[in-house]
Ligand binder design. Structure first.
Ligand code: C5P
Length: 239
């Protein structure tokens, strides 16, 4: 019998069939602004599940280690149980969202440098504190990660960003920004990519029209959330 071990805003984690595995369940619930705005929309969990599966498998083909083992059904994935790093990694190719508010940067400003490196930000993963922005000095000082882990993850983020940007470009979508999480499985190697990659955790703009195809539709009360997530799944050939 699977046992619930954690319920988050958009996902539930259950014990898995093996000691070192978990089952990740995708809910239809949507929250924004650290759960000050709550709702849900049809098929969100299903669409995030299949889109995240597709992107995790794609990264695996590109030699990025992830927690993903296999999709079990419309709502659930089998994943590796990891010791999660309590940091959210925000990767920004184009200015949008909180960065614009915080620093007064114009939305749409290109943030990649000449070598294609994006702007990377770190937030402490703590809802009770509103996931505050932190620097590498905090990560090292409070031992959320070692110096060499930070270096390793930053390198991974650059590779992942190149691959994911190409992948979205192939379906005429601009990968504006996104959030990633990592965890360790006890091996000495680099941390593994965990959590999910889907329209809940990415900003995705249509390359031609600029149409928003992600959770900003919910945040900004634009409507058409299910249709936008379906559009991403459809362009990837998943539905
Ligand atoms: O809100 P902000 O502009 O900082 O978000 C940057 C990116 O990270 C967005 O794509 C957003 O969806 C994602 N994010 C997330 N979970 C968070 C914070 C941000 O998926 N807790």
């Amino acid at each position: 019998m699977k046992e619930k071990i954690y319920e988050g805003k958009a996902k539930i984690l259950y014990t898995g069939p093996e000691e070192d595995q978990l089952i990740q369940y995708f809910k239809d619930d949507a929250t924004a602004f650290n759960a000050q705005k709550k709702g849900s929309f049809k098929d969100k969990g299903y669409l995030n599940n299949i889109i995240s599966e597709h992107l995790m498998l794609y990264l695996k083909q590109n030699n990025i280690a992830t927690h993903f083992i296999k999709r079990l059904n419309d709502r659930e994935q089998l994943i590796k149980k990891l010791d999660m790093i309590p940091v959210e990694f925000i990767v920004r190719n184009i200015a949008a969202g909180s960065l614009c508010k915080r620093l007064g940067i114009k939305e749409g400003t290109k943030l990649q440098d000449d070598t294609g490196k994006p702007l990377i930000e770190f937030c402490l993963k703590d809802d009770s504190l509103n996931d505050p922005l932190i620097g590498e000095t905090h990560i090292e000082f409070f031992e959320y990660m070692t110096r060499s882990e930070i270096k390793g993850v930053k390198l991974l983020l650059e590779i992942i960003n190149r691959r994911l940007s190409e992948k979205f470009n192939s379906i005429d979508v601009i990968l504006v920004d996104y959030k990633l999480e990592f965890g360790n499985d006890g091996s000495k190697f680099l941390p593994l990519l965990a959590d999910e990659i889907c329209p809940d955790t990415c900003r995705l703009w249509d390359k031609e029209t600029g149409e928003i195809l992600d959770k900003d539709r919910f945040r900004k009360d634009l409507g058409g959330e299910t249709e936008a997530y379906q559009e991403i799944a459809r362009r990837f050939g998943l539905i």
